[in-house]
Design a protein around this ligand. Structure first.
Ligand code: DC
Length: 228
């Protein structure tokens, strides 16, 4: 049982989870824990150390060293590994392709369980990922499963990428998103799956402010009516 309230947000890549989690956390004064950043930091540090990503034992051995900390910032949030700001390094397209080794590894996933649970020992959090409501906090007070049609998700990602100066077509982004969905849904270890008691929200139906209001209202209903 988490010591502090946990709002679990799961869903596929590009479902709007990160934006929703960040703004909801800010509105409620909770910590935003982006668990994808943990898998990304494991991958980044392994590459830094010359670890073969396909060597599962060696990859999992990196986990205790990641020491991830999140700091809110004007443009989202910054991710630190120890004292090093890795926010940019962990989001390159190349690293995004390589993160599947960590995500598909049972050893890495197991080693990251206590790391994720620890965040809720320190204070209330909005934790986003793929298995938060199912594996990490099956008894979270509030669980959301965010989703949107593939085309909507691809368009969002495409806008982010082009705004960041990348030259890429919408079709390319859509293909990459579909491939990531496929590997997240089909992998044998902790495939993306909705918790039975999660509230499903189609984020394609809302603008950002509307979505945060909607989630905050639903969360207040659950948190208010139950244990805190
Ligand atoms: O959300 P993201 O794109 O930053 O996630 C990076 C990768 O980590 C992605 O392949 C899915 C995986 N992941 C996971 O398997 N479980 C989580 N709780 C969070 C992310």
């Amino acid at each position: 049982m988490p010591k502090h309230p946990v709002i679990a947000i799961d869903g596929p890549a590009g479902s709007g989870k990160s934006t929703a989690a960040r703004l909801l956390a800010r509105k409620l004064g909770y910590t935003h824990v982006d668990t994808g950043a943990l898998y990304r930091t494991v991958t980044w540090l392994a590459i830094e150390r010359g670890v073969d990503l396909a060597d599962e034992q060696a990859l999992a051995a990196v986990v205790p060293a990641i020491q991830v900390r999140f700091e809110p910032s004007a443009d989202g949030q910054r991710v630190f590994s120890g004292s090093r700001d890795v926010s940019r390094e962990i989001r390159t397209p190349e690293l995004t392709r390589q993160v599947r080794f960590a995500a598909a590894s049972p050893l890495v996933r197991k080693a990251l369980v206590p790391v994720q649970r620890d965040f809720a020992e320190r204070g209330p959090c909005v934790m986003e990922g793929r298995d938060i409501g199912t594996v990490i906090f099956p008894d979270a007070q509030v669980k959301f499963y965010l989703d949107a049609p593939l085309r909507v998700r691809a368009e969002r990602r495409w806008k982010e990428l082009t705004a960041a100066g990348k030259t890429v077509t919408l079709e390319e982004v859509e293909r990459e998103e579909a491939a990531r969905d496929e590997s997240d849904l089909r992998r044998s270890t902790a495939p993306l799956r909705r918790a039975d008691d999660a509230i499903v929200v189609d984020t394609g139906r809302f603008d950002v402010d509307g979505m945060v209001e909607h989630l905050a209202g639903l969360a207040a209903g659950r948190l208010g009516g139950g244990r805190r």
